[in-house]
Design a protein around this ligand. Structure first.
Ligand SMILES: NC(=O)c1ccc[n+]([C@@H]2O[C@H](COP(=O)([O-])OP(=O)(O)OC[C@H]3O[C@@H](n4cnc5c(N)ncnc54)[C@H](O)[C@@H]3O)[C@@H](O)[C@H]2O)c1
Ligand SMILES: O=C(O)C1=N[C@H](C(=O)O)CCC1
Length: 272
């Protein structure tokens, strides 16, 4: 029996679930000990390796989070808001690290996660890649250096199965730009322009979402002024970047004191 930290993946059959399980299985620093899917899913009861079309891994997919999380050191969760909020209570009871990649969370969901983080380590980010987290720092610095003559727009593109907009990443970038400007994003955010919208308001931060094909994730932060434009861009071409970040977060979180952390904490990029 290995003493490597045991990790459970939720949303096992999903795009990220499968990528996470491959990443953990290939890692010399962790072992996959559980795979969770929603009740009624046709993977329940199957060996997860076989369900993914490969060799047996000796792990049966379950729909019981209590049982799955009981012996885990960390749970990596890229599912849906309602599921993530439910799992946060159970990971807090089980005292295991909860790494959350799920996006589309409401303010009230986030309050519930913060309550759970009083008893457990939660690491949450709308994007777990090193590149995007660096880009948030750059965005904050550029926004702080420029005045409101520069209109800020966040433009994102994702695959046609994505259910939430703006993306979690776009919101992280918008927050970073607002922070750089010393304003609250809630007060300056422009989302979903359509029809006779009136002129763009000075100081606002706009969001646009493109959905199509199999785009993994593309983000531009545009600073547009009379006579010049700056574009900060991140292009994701492989979901492995998110899975590697999530595994790093899980290992980082083990043994840490309870609290709500993000990828800047994990990567040592937090300037505060
Ligand atoms: N933070 C990041 O770096 C990052 C990167 C990629 C995707 N995401 C986010 O991760 C989430 C999942 O993305 P995806 O592309 O893998 O989606 P997906 O639809 O392919 O997978 C989601 C999986 O969660 C499962 N699920 C839903 N409710 C469940 C429950 N109650 N119990 C167990 N499983 C449940 C679904 O059956 C599905 O298999 C989205 O919110 C997405 O935006 C975040
Ligand atoms: O595929 C998705 O869904 C992604 N979601 C995250 C987001 O909302 O920003 C990260 C990129 C991929």
């Amino acid at each position: 029996m290995s003493d490597l930290p045991g990790i459970v993946v939720t949303g096992a059959s999903g795009r990220m679930g499968q990528m996470l399980m491959r990443t953990i299985s290939d890692s010399p620093r962790a072992r996959l000990i559980g795979a969770l899917e929603r009740p009624g899913h046709d993977w329940i009861g199957q060996d997860v390796g076989v369900a993914m079309g490969g060799a047996e891994l000796g792990i049966k997919v379950t729909d019981d989070p209590l049982e799955a999380f009981a012996s885990a050191q960390a749970v990596i969760d890229f599912t849906a808001p309602a599921a993530t909020v439910e799992f946060a209570t159970i990971t807090a009871q089980a005292r295991c690290v909860h790494v959350i990649g799920t996006t589309g969370l409401s303010d009230s969901d986030i309050k519930k996660l913060d309550a759970a983080a009083r008893h457990a380590v939660i690491v949450r980010a709308g994007n777990m890649s090193l590149g995007v987290n660096l880009l948030t720092q750059l965005t904050k610095r550029v926004a702080a250096a420029l005045d409101e003559d520069f209109d800020i727009e966040v433009i994102e593109a994702h695959h046609n199965q994505k259910v939430d907009a703006p993306s979690g990443t776009a919101l992280m970038l918008g927050e970073a730009a607002a922070e750089g400007r010393g304003v609250s994003l809630d007060n300056v955010s422009d989302r979903g322009r359509d029809g006779i919208t009136g002129k763009r308001e000075r100081g606002h931060i706009g969001f646009s979402a493109i959905r199509g094909g199999d785009i993994v994730g593309e983000h531009d932060v545009l600073f547009a002024a009379p006579g010049e434009r700056i574009v900060l861009r991140h292009l994701a071409t492989d979901r492995g970047i998110f899975a590697r970040g999530a595994l790093k977060a899980a290992l980082w979180g083990i043994g840490r004191k309870p609290g709500a952390y993000d990828m800047l904490d994990v990567l040592g990029l937090n300037e505060n």
